[in-house]
Design a protein around this ligand. Structure first.
Ligand code: GLN
Length: 273
């Protein structure tokens, strides 16, 4: 009887293991589960060897941020994806892109749900404590989008309803530097733009080129104010302590910058309508 129980337990364990494997076949949820099942906090660092063995480099992003990342024909494309393709090429592996909310990116990198986050991410002090950043590869700034003709100016945002993308530098600026009537926080930059069009807010604060991309797609309803609110720079976020990966990425970034490729990637993804 005892033997039968042991046998049954063994069969059950095997079945579980098999179904586990089955659901782990090449989709992004399998990626999400690699390395994070034991513990979210002590996930293994994705070393270059591990990435090469897996044959796949996993990028995490939030894809409503043209020209850096956006969806086209059901696929995530953009300048950050082009850069990540070069990382993958230099490592001799394939690239996989996982789309998620911006505010989850840093925790997800640290939990091993991907190897890095590339999302037009501004380097700041708080984030630098949580992740290791590569070399900065793009200069940016926060800008204000308004409804054309509304008369809203960048130096007088106090008392207004401001829409932002949650947990971004636009959110931090609206929260800390403006005496806004209300800050509406959206999961995506595009939703913030939609709120402005439908009159739910007076202005959107967002990064320069994504602001232009949103205004370009608004049929002339929205405009980006010239005055910038901040000066920022983007970098790629890797798990804290993953120095080898940061160094490998830095080499690729240096090559791309020397070749003028990053500007080219950004220009290629600017929407002109
Ligand atoms: N650059 C901004 C930030 O890092 C916004 C990034 C984004 O929304 N993808 O906070």
């Amino acid at each position: 009887m005892k033997k039968l129980a042991v046998l049954l337990a063994a069969v059950m364990a095997m079945t579980l293991a098999l179904t586990g494997c089955g659901s782990n076949s090449n989709n992004s949820s399998s990626v999400a589960s690699t390395g994070s099942s034991a513990s979210e906090t002590s996930s293994p660092t994705p070393t270059i060897d591990a990435i090469k063995e897996r044959g796949k480099l996993i990028m995490l992003t939030e894809a409503t941020f043209a020209p850096f990342e956006y969806i086209e024909n059901g696929e995530v494309v953009g300048a950050d994806v082009d850069i990540a393709q070069e990382f993958a090429k230099d490592l001799g592996v394939e690239l996989e892109v996982v789309d998620m909310n911006f505010d989850l990116l840093i925790d997800s990198v640290n939990a091993g749900k991907g190897d890095f986050a590339a999302a037009g991410m501004t380097v700041d002090e708080e984030r630098s404590k949580q992740v290791d950043f590569t070399t900065k590869y793009v200069k940016s700034a926060q800008h204000v989008i308004i409804k054309k003709g509304s008369g809203v100016t960048a130096d007088n945002l106090d008392g207004l309803v401001i829409a932002v993308q949650e947990s971004t530098s636009g959110d931090f600026y609206a929260t800390d530097e403006i005496n806004a009537k209300e800050v509406l926080r959206f999961k995506s930059a595009v939703e913030a733009g939609t709120a402005l069009k439908s009159g739910k807010c007076d202005a959107v604060i967002i990064d320069e080129l994504p602001a232009k991309a949103i205004a370009d797609k608004s049929n002339g309803e929205l405009e980006v104010l010239e005055d910038k609110l901040t000066d920022e720079e983007y970098a790629i976020a890797c798990k804290k302590g993953n120095t080898d990966l940061v160094e490998a990425f830095n080499k690729t970034l240096e090559r791309l910058m020397n070749e003028g490729k990053i500007d080219e990637f950004v220009q290629n993804h600017m929407v002109v309508e």
